[in-house]
Ligand binder design. Structure first.
Ligand code: PLP
Length: 439
């Protein structure tokens, strides 16, 4: 295989059968589409190249910088393509939560601008989201940048409608699979591939997978972020199903330990979601069927993420004091307090107020006297035991009150007698007209 450019190696990824002894489905051939074998490491290579290709000569002439809102794979692919063409690349994102990816982007020569956005995916319905404001700024004409705009650019979807989908059909001898299962980030890959598969056979069942509410699986939406925006169209999916980070890791371990596939967490989420969706249907089948799921990228950049969630995999003691171990009843039983009562409580008893948001959001506006400990650091801190005295009450605050409720449940389990979560988070506090200060 000889190429004039590395970009010619994008696409034509293998479709590999999963050994039925691993998943146990008796009537369904389950295939993995190994998008992690694209040259820059993920399914985003297709979208990045398709979005930027035609704009490169003009961008070089005008000395433009390629800009994208991405905290991961799209940024990686664009940084490499920019470097190949003598252009600079800037990644605008919310807080980058995977340090290895951030380091890799810097190594590739990317500039990174981190904003205090709350979500993994752009949320244009939230006018206060800094990522949305930046997006609006970029979308105005006349700037010195080539904005690839992955959340809205039809060429993202098209890359998969003309590549990923038709490749699957060709590898299945001209037939579409009965089920197509994929994780949803921008929705470009799932909706593009689904379009091609349904053009071949309108009966293809498309299952979109998202992270469970308040859970973080790097690269995809969680159930809080399933809005009808950008390329995401709920009509694409016959079902949208949540996968927890734990389930994604379990699925990933199956792929890496039993299938020889160095898949990352979203590949694991897709495998887990596929088998979970198919198992009850498999039992009722008489004839043979086919299903395909996508393995988006590789495991290596996620070792830190995995170490934090599953220390025992790395020969370390299991995390006892972790929100990942909470039961639904424990979370529902967490003590919450609304903004008005919290104000009175702060005045009367002076609880320790801990703000779990990122440092930008905290610096912009926070409750006077509060301490900022970003949730991931708080998580680390709690692993060693209670980091403060039981004699002082604690009020936990986060953007919308979900994370803080989980940590309140965990602190209660750890023996703290009076810890409460701010209901509705800092947003509800602000909406109630309660005072906030700026550093
Ligand atoms: C690791 C990973 N998996 C899955 C996806 C989902 O892809 P899409 O944006 O096409 O929905 C992404 C997107 O960034 C990703 O980074």
């Amino acid at each position: 295989m000889r190429y004039d450019s590395i970009t010619e190696a994008i696409g034509n990824t293998p479709l590999v059968l999963i050994d039925p002894a691993v998943h146990g489905l008796r009537h369904i051939d389950l295939y993995a589409k190994l998008e992690m074998l694209n040259p820059f490491g993920s399914l985003k290579d297709r979208a990045a190249w398709n979005m930027v290709r035609d704009g490169l000569p003009g961008a070089r002439e005008r000395g433009e910088t390629i800009v994208e809102l991405s905290s991961g794979n799209t940024a990686k692919a664009l940084a490499l393509i920019a470097g190949m063409h003598g252009l600079s690349f800037k990644s605008v994102t919310n807080r980058m939560r995977i340090p290895e990816v951030k380091d890799l982007l810097l190594l590739l020569g990317a500039e990174i601008e981190e904003l205090p956005g709350q979500t993994e995916c752009l949320d244009p319905t939230n006018p206060d989201d800094p990522l949305t404001l930046f997006h609006q700024q970029l979308s105005r004409p006349g700037g010195a940048h080539l904005h690839t705009d992955q959340y809205f650019n039809a060429r993202n979807t098209q890359a998969h409608a003309s590549g990923t989908g038709p490749e699957i059909i060709a590898d299945l001898d001209g037939r579409a699979p009965d089920w197509f299962i994929a994780c949803v980030g921008t929705a470009g890959s799932s909706s593009g591939a689904a379009r091609a598969l349904r053009a071949r056979d309108p009966g293809v069942c498309v299952v979109g997978l998202v992270g469970q509410k308040s859970d973080f699986i790097p690269g995809i939406r969680n159930a809080d972020e399933v809005q009808e925006v950008g390329l995401f169209d709920p009509a694409t999916y016959d079902a949208i199903e949540p996968v927890s980070a734990d389930e994604a890791i379990d699925g990933m371990l199956t792929l890496v330990r039993r299938c020889g596939m160095l898949a990352g967490p979203t590949g694991g989420a897709a495998y887990h979601g596929a088998v979970r969706h198919l198992r009850p249907l498999d039992e009722a089948l008489q004839d043979r069927r086919t299903a395909v799921f996508i393995v988006c990228d590789r495991v290596e950049p996620y070792l830190g993420y995995l170490r934090q969630r599953r220390p025992e995999l790395f020969g370390r003691p299991p995390a006892r004091n972790s929100v990942a171990t909470l039961t639904g009843d424990e979370v529902r039983g967490a003590s919450v307090i609304d903004a008005r009562d919290a104000q009175k409580w702060i005045e009367a008893q002076g609880p320790l107020v801990i703000d779990l948001r990122g440092p930008f959001a905290y610096a912009a506006l926070h409750i006077d006297g509060s301490v900022n400990i970003v949730d991931e650091i708080f998580d680390e801190l709690l692993r060693g035991g209670l980091p403060f005295s039981k004699s002082r009450p604690v009020l936990l605050a986060c953007p919308v009150g979900e994370k803080s409720a989980r940590y309140a449940a965990l602190l209660t389990r750890m023996g703290h007698p009076d810890v409460r979560s701010l209901a509705g988070g800092i947003i509800a506090w602000r909406d109630a007209g309660a005072p906030l200060v700026r550093e």
